[in-house]
Design a protein around this ligand. Sequence first.
Ligand code: MN
Ligand code: MN
Length: 465
Amino acid sequence: MEEGLKDRLFNKKENGWKNIDTREKEAIFSFCNRYINFLNHAKTEREAIATAKKIAESNGFKDLSNFTQIAPGDKVYFINREKSMYLAVIGTEKMENGIHIIGSHVDSPRLDLKPNPLYEDGGFAYFKTHYYGGIKKYQWTTIPISIHGVMVKANGEKVYLNIGEDENDPIFTITDLLPHLAQDQMEKKLKNGIDGEDLNLLIGSIPLEGAKDADSVKLNIMNILNQKYGVTEKDFLSSEIELVPSFKARSLGFDSSMVASYGQDDRVCAYTSLMAMMELSNIKNTAVCILSDKEEIGSMGNTGMESHMFDYFISELLNKTGENRPNLLDKVFCFSKMLSSDVDAGFDPIYASVSDKNNAGFLGKGISLNKYTGARGKSGASDANAEYVAWIRNLLEENEIKYQVCELGKVDVGGGGTIAYILANKGVDVIDCGVPVLSMHAPYEVTSKYDIYSAFKTYKAFWER
Ligand code: MN
Ligand code: MN
């Protein structure tokens, strides 16, 4: 047998930490320290966009509305209603010959307040919630929770809330039944263990001094909010208040090889693509970075990827480069390439039975590509063309970036979707390409620092192609 035949013929997926050099390891750890800092300042889509704007502006990006004309080398951004953002670095090639898009999302599963959230019961004040995205409800009880969001008064004045992140802030929590009295609850199916209508946030217990009638605890809370923020109960009607875990993002493990944090789906891809874009200069194809909203609930609405806002942005780039003509937008999309940068299900040895080991994404083995997603016979999937997968492989192999091509779980076990199909429908060549995660959609998600840095390198290489 030929020496090294196996190495030559087999696709072996290696642990990226093996034989890593010191400089690379240092680069990974210092990049991830900045990522952890980003996560702690970007716990909602609005906070993520505000933070991304600061990062972009400090790197020379300017609001597209400031330009009447743009030219190769210009760096621009567009923010849609504080909740989604598009950035671009203009390339030397005409946009009609294709642009290179990387698209992630900055919304994450959470609990939203209902429009009429505040009530009192049994001497406690509570906020009623409606969960957002695919959560396992039991995971959201008995953890420290912080309150983030915006209340908009009828006169348009905005009040921003961020309570529970500072060490000196109070936190909030959702209670659960003590085991001693949980016999009936424990017999229920896990998905019914906690009712959606029981995800009520405990927010106070002191009655307002001198108040006699019912609702004096509620009145005390409303009085505190009025004194602090100048709001009344009606202002909740026009608010977007999100409850998120107040845990800080931290390094995980004795070796600090992983990151534990809320909201890594999909801020891990948002951050890595944003940072890759910050390092671009003199590129050929115009580079576009999407930080979208509403992915977790189907990408609908005018801040979601299904909206025409993105088409408007690309049309504006065509207008301002002076390149536009009737129907050119369609051509741009048909000649463009995209990485749909969203997280992948990481292989979890404790729950190995849901994965096909040959086709699972492993933490620490580099960026994970999903040729297709979908569920039950690839239904609903955007299946990347083999030619495009080959193009991506070539890019990764030439840049010596470790990668794995995976499926999300065993056949018929489950499935998922991203924004990939939306751009594919416009004619763009798209593949899902992101970071494998453990405990996806949980209040505390786990990623590997090796993969985070691989994502950054992949996105940079893609735009620099
Ligand atoms: Mn996602
Ligand atoms: Mn998700």
